[in-house]
Design a protein around this ligand. Sequence first.
Ligand code: CDP
Ligand code: MG
Length: 139
Amino acid sequence: MSNRTFTMIKPDAMEKGYAGQIIDRFEKEGFKLVALKLTKLSPEKAGEFYAIHKERPFYNDLVAYMSRGPIIAAILEKENAVTSFRELIGATNPVNAAEGTIRKEFAVSIEENAVHGSDSDENAAIEGDFFFNAFERVI
Ligand code: CDP
Ligand code: MG
């Protein structure tokens, strides 16, 4: 079981000025920042990141949404990080997200759902490597 996961604060949350509050939730829940970056995805990069969803009907909208403004990317560390972080962010659709989760508080729709969280240790490593080189993270 890996102790790292990868997250993004998505454009909708950045536009509304929720970045600080969301990072505060990460830290209050015991996640340590081990890499952090403010950037903006090109449509090509957003498409590459979400390539697993290429055949899904929401793919084109997802790529447009994720490339429309700045995001914050981060690697977070905590015991059982992937599972623990998915619990903290809540269900993909905020309507189904539990009380107290980040998506319940900050998401507006199934698409514009404020934050990303890796779904497995393998994907956490792949996604972290997508954004951060060795000099940009705490070892
Ligand atoms: O982010 P999560 O792992 O919870 O969900 P996903 O199924 O991996 O989908 C990735 C992202 O695509 C979601 O977080 C939404 O932003 C978007 N999505 C969407 O726009 N419409 C859907 N029906 C499902 C997902
Ligand atoms: Mg996912």
